[in-house]
Design a protein around this ligand. Structure first.
Ligand SMILES: Nc1ncnc2c1ncn2[C@@H]1O[C@H](COP(=O)(O)OP(=O)(O)OP(=O)(O)O)[C@@H](O)[C@H]1O
Ligand SMILES: Cc1ncc(COP(=O)(O)O)c(N)n1
Length: 279
């Protein structure tokens, strides 16, 4: 499928606060997905808007049902938000099917000089699948990657998208993602079996390892969403990619460490505001 040139939207001018739009799916338990993203935007004082592309019946133990939204309704949401609220940064999450992804691509190509972060999520922390069909992976490769300022898969997602071998190191996965069109690639938790956590960033020229202690909690529901949402805000504010990747990792790492262990019986939600609210 090719990108059809469409008339650009009317974009409102600058606002005082940072405006970020998440294009993703609803998580009924609100730890991840658009709800998690909106909380992440708010946690750093950005105004968050959302374009819902899917709905999941989900809690901390997994997903029991899901449905994608009609691409026409997605397109209307995008137009409604971008025409009026505007955006300083956009994050794209779940990709349910190819027509939906191409609808987004047709519109996002018109975003001029606004950071686009693509988090090609294909599973929940508890292990349930979220899209990830072969046709949607192809649409991510051919449509979304060329729009991405940075793409933020975990290792499994990076392997699916690049089609590289099981033993391909993060260096090779990240370089291949850039070869496929992304400006940069950040592979989260690149060595899941290591005692330390390492996010692997390839900025198109140099590799960077963002390392930190591994929190030993089960509070990682929404970690990837919070990470890419914060990255979007920091890039929208003009922070350089390496700095933004460090800041996002540090905030999420703390949010896992101090996660909401009292919420749900499975993989508990991260808590970006832990310690700031006295309840
Ligand atoms: N146990 C941990 N301790 C500290 N930081 C962690 C831990 N697990 C993940 N992180 C950090 O959380 C962020 C999100 O990474 P993670 O790999 O968990 O995302 P994910 O949910 O798999 O991503 P996606 O949204 O692409 O599916 C990264 O910055 C990573 O380094
Ligand atoms: C609707 C939706 N979107 C994304 C995720 C990924 O969650 P995580 O941030 O834990 O990878 C999720 N669990 N649900």
């Amino acid at each position: 499928m090719s990108v059809t040139p469409l008339a650009p939207y009317h974009f409102p001018g600058k606002a005082q606060r940072t405006r970020c739009v998440t294009i993703g799916s609803s998580d009924s338990s609100a730890g991840a997905g658009i709800q998690g993203d909106l909380k992440a935007f708010s946690s750093v004082g950005a105004y968050g808007a959302s374009v819902v592309v899917g709905v999941t019946a989900q809690n901390t133990t997994g997903v029991s049902a899901s449905a994608a939204i009609d691409p026409k309704l997605v397109e209307s949401q995008l137009k409604a938000v971008l025409d009026d609220v505007g955006a300083d940064g956009v994050k794209v999450g779940t990709s349910w099917n190819a027509p939906l992804v191409w609808t987004l691509v047709d519109r996002l190509v018109w975003l001029d000089d606004i950071p686009v972060v693509v988090d090609p999520v294909m599973e929940t922390a508890a292990g349930s699948a979220l899209g990830g069909s072969e046709e949607s992976v192809v649409a991510i490769r051919e449509g979304l990657l060329p729009l991405a300022w940075v793409v933020t898969p975990n290792v499994r997602e990076a392997r699916r998208i690049t089609r590289l071998d099981e033993d391909a190191p993060p260096e090779q996965l990240a370089e291949e993602l850039v070869q496929l069109g992304a400006q940069a690639a950040l592979i989260t938790d690149a060595f899941p079996d290591d005692p330390e956590v390492c996010d692997w960033l390839f900025d198109g020229e140099k590799h960077h390892e963002i390392r930190g202690p591994r929190a030993s909690t089960r509070c990682d529901h929404g970690a990837g969403c919070a990470h890419s949402a914060l990255l979007t805000v920091f890039l929208a504010r003009g922070v350089d990619l390496v700095g933004a990747a460090h800041q996002a990792h540090e905030a999420v790492s703390l949010a896992i460490q101090r996660g909401a262990a009292d919420i749900g019986a499975g993989r508990h939600p991260v808590d970006l505001l832990a310690g700031s609210v006295d309840w």
